[in-house]
Design a protein. Structure first.
Length: 294
């Protein structure tokens, strides 16, 4: 028994060593090693880390960057990328678009030395869209405030700046009723009171997909499930279609919708659940078939 334990322990150590060696090799190849070392020193001194100057290959847990880069590979003309909600910038720094724009009122990284062709606006998404009328983007990733009305507003504004309408929305399938609560503090407090482990919080972003199903037949939807955090891809069925926001009173009816009303038997049909590969295939085919770049 003792011998078996030692073998298992050695195997774990060996796997960790191989994993670290691969990571170190990638840092060297991608010219990011100096920044990683520098960031460790910055954090120790109480300063915010800097983003890596060059994109890295996403790990299994970095599904957002992986999916975004796959979309980029399938759309030859895509160059400009917009991300709403940056947090520590893990996705933003690893997407391989020629031009990257990020928006977050409180980014968790230093802004004094950003990667080339990258711009970050430390303001709210509403303020950003108010001043960004002439820019256009080929893909938008929405991972901002996890509330229905804000995410819907970000989506409508993004569609105005994105001719293809190719939008990736995060946090669309809550893990349970606590995860689906609008307030993060309430979610965590009630989860703890119920003696349920975990701290996941998705908010009520899922209501955006219900709204799209009810009011936006001009948009196609595919929800990726099974290879990381569920996310929904949205794109225009016809690239020339202008997308109008629904009225305030129409949005109000979704405020009373609960997790149990929607996910009792899993994601409903209107989410169009599929694999990551199928979602990317459908979205890029829908766009490429309407352009001269296909």
């Amino acid at each position: 028994m003792f011998k078996t334990y030692n073998i298992k322990r050695f195997a774990r150590i060996l796997r960790s060593l191989v994993k670290f060696t691969k990571y170190l090799f990638q840092l060297v190849i991608n010219r990011n090693l100096f920044t990683v070392i520098s960031n460790r020193l910055r954090v120790r001194r109480g300063r915010q880390p800097r983003l890596l100057p060059f994109p890295m290959s996403p790990t299994k847990k970095e599904w957002s960057a992986r999916r975004i880069n796959k979309l980029l590979n399938e759309i030859p003309f895509a160059k400009n990328y917009l991300e709403i909600g940056l947090s520590a910038g893990k996705t933003f720094q690893n997407v391989k678009f020629m031009l990257r724009v990020g928006v977050d009122p409180h980014p968790l990284f230093a802004l004094d030395k950003l990667p080339k062709q990258s711009t970050v606006f430390p303001i709210t998404s509403d303020d950003f869209f108010a001043i960004c009328e002439e820019s256009t983007f080929d893909l938008v990733f929405i991972d901002g405030l996890h509330t229905f009305e804000q995410t819907y507003r970000d989506l409508i504004h993004s569609l105005e700046l994105c001719p293809t309408g190719l939008i990736l929305i995060d946090d669309v399938v809550p893990s349970d009723e606590f995860s689906a609560m609008r307030d993060q503090m309430d979610s965590q407090a009630l989860r703890k009171k119920a003696d349920i482990s975990g701290s996941s919080w998705h908010g009520d972003v899922f209501k955006v997909i219900l709204c799209l199903s009810d009011h936006h037949p001009e948009l196609s939807v595919r929800t990726i499930v099974g290879s990381g955090n569920p996310q929904t891809l949205v794109w225009r069925k016809k690239l020339s279609t202008k997308i109008e926001s629904v009225k305030e009173f129409q949005l109000d009816k979704y405020m009373s919708v609960k997790y149990q009303d929607v996910f009792l038997d899993g994601p409903p049909d209107c989410f169009f659940v599929c694999s990551e590969e199928d979602a990317i295939r459908d979205a890029t085919f829908g766009i490429r078939s309407q352009t001269t770049f296909s």
